[in-house]
Write a protein that binds this ligand. Sequence first.
Ligand code: BDR
Ligand code: CA
Length: 314
Amino acid sequence: ALPLLIDTDTGSDDAVALLLAVAGDAGDVRAVTTVAGNVPLATATRNALITLELAGGAAIPVHPGCDRPLIRPPSTAQHVHGQDGMGDVGLPGPARGPADGHAVDVLLALSRRHPGELTLVTLGPLTNVAAALFRDRELLTRFRHVYCMAGAADLCGNVSPTAEFNVWADPEAARAVLRAATADRVTWIGWDVSRRDAVMTPGDQRRLEGLGTPMAVFAHRINRAVADWARDVTGLAGYDLPDPVAMAVALWPELVVEREPAHVDVALGDETRGQLVIDRRRAAPPPNVTLVRRVDEPGFKRLLFDVCARTPTA
Ligand code: BDR
Ligand code: CA
């Protein structure tokens, strides 16, 4: 199984991504680091702990990290994922607390202890990764691969007309990561992918709930607030699953049906904040990321239902 480090601002779709990584057979999660984003840091940490317990990962350490973006004031997405980030369905708290060690120290330490072995998957704003990069410019080269749920390569945004939340929330951090990235090692999976290929239609939602296992019912319940938001705001045929898609691409790369190596930067100006700037000119600098553009939708959903149908022990 793939040794993984997961950085997350755990809200309802991050939680489903954690289920895939922990309860599926493809991942071996060594540590989870949390960051402010969807919800404040302490809430993200609580949600990660609750989810790991349910998925059979109660021994996986959870390390809290940065509680605000590098420069910008914090802004959450609680109007999307609920005040608690998990649809406000009254989940009981976790049985344990977070582990010692700040997320940034843990990213640095684990990447150095296991050079070239760990795959890093980021599901939130890139604050922790950027802060670690400022202390070690070679950080990204110490991972086997880095997958980031970040941006919207088709410029269809979910926070602004053109920007996706994770990049918009901390655009300076995203820029720092992009400027240290190389396309052979860093893969970006944007919101455009999930809104095209990972929309949970009402039929999918009924199917998930109907599986009846604790993980399937959990995944269904915590995403009901997002379903309401999606119906009222996005114009999609259901709610989408950005973080689970990014996780699935890391765990099952054969799901990718279209990719584009590209040179990507981030706009920082007021009107364009968080928008990806993709240079497709002939004289563009060398690609710094591989953008995933399409995934196999039936394949993704099959894996999602398969994992959620399980009942992990311990
Ligand atoms: C991203 O922002 C959050 O709302 C989701 O968890 C995902 O990481 C989508 O834009
Ligand atoms: Ca997230």
